[in-house]
Design a protein around this ligand. Structure first.
Ligand code: PEP
Ligand code: MG
Length: 573
């Protein structure tokens, strides 16, 4: 047995046999054809584009509901139907007497590098679309992809270097167990689509020479691990875990359309954290009350230049429209720290977590900030968008950032009211929460960073992960203090960090007066089910547990004890 550790980018378990889609599937034969073959080669092109378009239509009908995803595939169909491409390819066949595959290679290589060389991001993305179409055409003509796809079944785990987004729908159709990639991270397009469709994925696995076709694999997406040819004991353990997971999924589905209510009837706002419009489908399926945190770094990362206002606008509008009237809290750009962008001018900071990140970045580069704000305001016309600033450390910062919003609103003659909130994720902000609350429309506590900055422990440092302890009384006191400040100033208070989905702390957060919990899409139903087991009145009546506890161990005992008393054994939903 071999254990390969990669990057955990989704959840779930896959158990099955390896099917490797190697890069070699794109080897092109160059052949000189006779005059008599011209028509045949051109005819093969027409049949190929018809077959692929039909295939896309089928996928669109069966699997793709979200508008953004549809747009990707519609764009691919437009490329296939482009008469310019047909003319270019036909010329290469008729004049140069190239076989179709080679004519396609020449035509697409040229087009793709043309788009790649244009520094504009829009065109760089077009290059990806053309590459995807080219590969589809070649795979279709060589019958390779369909052969490999035909081989796939519900016992397959697919391994590839990189995965085009269009392939995800094919894998779902084949009900494969999982996907292992060399390239990609949490924010890769294909990974986001896969996560939304509950396909377990692990990236960062160099599988060449380590895995061969037909090997037995276990893919633990939660941990980012692939076991190759596991022993029987491990296999049995994972089979049991998977069976439990399946049962759990089926149970959770039954509460997907319900509201989020405690056992004694107190309604809690359960919101989702998202990064892309594609995630809205699952948000709506699971009846979330809105988006409590729309992280907006995605469009700024993994690229050489900044997104345009229009690009941002379309992205936000897609979320805004799909959320219908439900609130969407758009967090302004939070680059820096662990979220580095290639175009970011301060790559050389010695301590980026304490550097120019979050709202500091936006205030340092107002043009970048204003471009984003304008895009948000324009998209706000299509739904209920609200704005939130990350990493605010002082009242002055909040005021300056708000002034930019007002300036943009005036420039755009934007007349509607726009709610502007503060993310509380630095101790200094929590300590002046009472003053910030007087100027903010709402608070949302970013517990991931608040804990990091309270205990001075890098949230991504494995070596000292034990010190990143949510039971630390200082951290919990800051949350309580923030919630109290919100309450006394009559503003809404939410938690959008990971703590909001942590069953050990949900009761405590509600006891503090938190009104809204915003969790990742895959935690929505679990969180709803857990909330349904809480007796809210008992929670409110329970004595304060923060006073007089100084150590994390004792704090854990006290919270565990409270939980046993406020949680009803039988969940209501
Ligand atoms: C947080 O810090 O808790 C948070 C939600 O923001 P992010 O994880 O994006 O830094
Ligand atoms: Mg944060």
């Amino acid at each position: 047995m071999q254990t390969l550790v990669g990057i955990a980018v989704s959840s779930g378990i896959g158990i099955g046999q390896a099917i490797i889609i190697s890069d070699k599937s794109i080897e092109i034969e160059k052949r000189h054809i006779d005059q008599a073959e011209i028509e045949k080669e051109q005819g093969r092109y027409i049949s190929a584009i018809e077959a692929i378009s039909k295939n896309i239509d089928e996928h669109l009908d069966q699997f793709i509901k979200a508008k953004e995803e549809r747009e990707i595939f519609e764009a691919h169909k437009m490329i296939l139907a482009d008469p310019e491409i047909q003319k270019g390819v036909f010329d290469l066949i008729a004049r140069e007497l190239h076989n179709l595959e080679y004519a396609l290679k020449i035509y697409f290589d040229k087009t793709i590098s043309f788009f790649k060389e244009m520094k504009n991001v829009f065109y760089a993305e077009r290059a990806g679309d053309y590459q995807d179409i080219y590969e589809r055409l070649i795979n279709h003509l060589q019958n390779k992809s369909s052969l490999i796809i035909d081989e796939m079944n519900q016992d397959s785990i697919v391994l590839m270097r990189d995965c085009p987004p269009s392939m995800i729908a094919e894998l779902i159709k084949k009900k494969v167990q999982g996907l292992v990639l060399v390239k990609g991270n949490k924010t890769s397009h294909a990974v986001i689509l896969a996560r939304g469709m509950s396909l377990p994925v692990v990236t960062g696995i160099q599988f060449n020479q380590k895995i061969k076709d037909g090997d037995d694999l276990i893919l633990d997406a939660e941990q980012g691990i692939v076991f190759v040819n596991p022993d029987e004991k491990l296999l049995n353990k994972y089979h049991e875990q998977k069976a439990k997971e399946n049962e759990e999924m089926a149970n959770l589905k039954s509460i997907s359309s319900l509201p989020t209510v405690t056992a004694d009837g107190k309604v809690i706002q359960l919101m989702a954290n998202i990064e892309m419009p594609e995630e809205m489908e699952i948000v709506n399926q699971n009846n979330a009350d809105g988006i409590g945190l729309f992280r907006t770094e995605f469009l700024y990362m993994d690229r050489d230049s900044l997104p345009t206002e229009n690009e941002l606008f379309e992205f936000y509008k897609a979320v805004s429209e799909q959320a219908k009237e439900k609130p969407v809290i758009v967090r302004t750009i939070d680059v820096g720290g662990d979220k580095m962008a290639k175009w970011y001018p301060h790559l050389q900071e010695i301590n980026p977590y304490l550097g120019c990140r979050g709202i500091r970045f936006s205030l340092t580069y107002p043009e970048i900030f204003k471009t984003q704000i304008r895009a948000i305001l324009r998209a706000a016309e299509f739904g209920n968008l609200q704005i939130m600033f990350p990493l605010v450390s002082s009242v002055e910062e909040f005021r300056k950032a708000k002034d930019y919003v007002l300036e943009c609103a005036a420039e755009l003659q934007y007349k509607q009211e726009i709610r502007i909130g503060t993310m509380i994720e630095i101790p200094s902000a929590a300590l002046i929460a009472d003053q910030l609350a007087k100027e903010s429309d709402f608070f949302s506590i970013g517990t991931n960073d608040l804990l990091q900055y309270t205990v001075a422990v890098d949230r991504n440092n494995e070596t000292i992960a034990g010190l990143y302890n949510s039971y630390h009384p200082a951290f919990l006191k800051l949350i309580k203090m923030t919630a109290e400040a919100a309450k006394s100033n009559n503003i809404m208070i939410a938690v959008c960090g990971e703590l909001a989905a942590n069953e050990s702390f949900i009761g405590l957060l509600l006891k503090f007066g938190v009104q809204e919990l915003s969790v990742s899409t895959h935690s929505l139903l679990k969180t709803r089910r857990f909330i349904s087991s809480i007796n809210y009145q008992k929670l409110v009546d329970y004595p304060d547990i923060l006073t007089n506890i100084g150590d994390s161990g004792k704090m854990k005992e006290a919270i565990d004890k409270m939980n046993t008393e406020i949680i009803e054994k039988k969940e209501k939903v």
